[in-house]
Design a protein around this ligand. Sequence first.
Ligand code: NAD
Length: 366
Amino acid sequence: MAHTLLITGGAGFIGSTAVRAALARDDWRVVNIDKLTYSGNLESLAEVEEHPRYSFIQADIADPAAMRAAFEVFEPDAVMHLAAESHVDRSIDSPAPFLDTNVRGTFVLLEEARRYWQDLLAKNPKKGADFRFLHISTDEVFGDLADSDMDARFSETTPYAPSSPYSASKAASDHLVRAWQRTYGLPTLITNCSNNYGPRQFPEKLIPLTIINALAGRSLPVYGTGAQIRDWLHVEDHVRALMTVLARGRVGETYTVGGSNEQKNIDVVRAICGHLETLAPVKPKGVTRYEDLITFVTDRPGHDGRYAIDAGKIRRELGWQPRVAFDEGLRGTVAWYLENGPWWRNILDGTYRCERLGLGTRMEGK
Ligand code: NAD
């Protein structure tokens, strides 16, 4: 019998990768609930739109009636909760939507999942016992690591110390999920992952923004000296981790997920420029080397210095490990943006003008 997976935020960067990965399994049905905010893009799902095992609902996770109807109609076996406001800079400019979606939205989803699951336990105890709610979170809930101890890593036992409105709202949502497990027994799991990269990432984030600005001959502004360190993981490796946790993770547990691939922001920008030199040798007028476009700008307030993940638990207990080497994944990502100009040009030319996105003025991983 088909396994039904309800994915929230499936029109986003990670969500659309998860939708495709789940549909690639013969026996899974996917229900994608997405509000289609500025970062939700159905073009990321164009090839599965007509898939017989795929359904899309445009709805806000903070809308209890819409969530209740989705649970009642589709009777999911599992939830993969990815819907969120996800951009740190936006959270600094305007925190309210982060509280509405990441905190209140997660609360509404948990309540509707609990109501559905409790009914399910009574009606179909086996399906109720197997039900899972996987909450996808970030390593940013832990704050940052001191430069003085380069061996330090975030793990499942690291205390929470979020720095930005984004990470504070994600931390709050993690606490709610944990509480719904402890208090009501809802079978939840949490993952805290490091920076993702790969195809279809919204062009406000570091890697796509660098590629797109470089191709246009615009400056490549880097916060501070670009010394901030992030632990980059390819989005497909992240989604494989999510599938693994859903299948074999222990209820009530947290898993930190990362690529053991620490890179300074400036090195990432330089590596992208290097790939562009070979993949896009014909440069915009006046540009001799893509690297010459790099410009250092005033640092972001409260900017975290270093993130690094100890993914030992998910490796040991569940046998997951990343498969995509960073250089190969970055090259593939640059190639994808070069081959898929219409995908990002539609975003830039449409509702979101370059100025509104702040393209050319900001750069950060997430
Ligand atoms: P994204 O911004 O690309 O996608 C978010 C999606 O959620 C969009 O499709 C958007 O339309 C939808 N959404 C937003 N508010 C909604 C609401 N109220 N109701 C329904 N849908 C709504 O984000 P992403 O990078 O794909 O991140 C997905 C999740 O993974 C987030 O929870 C984020 O915190 C987490 N995460 C991201 C990273 C990363 O590096 N991108 C790393 C770790 C964890």
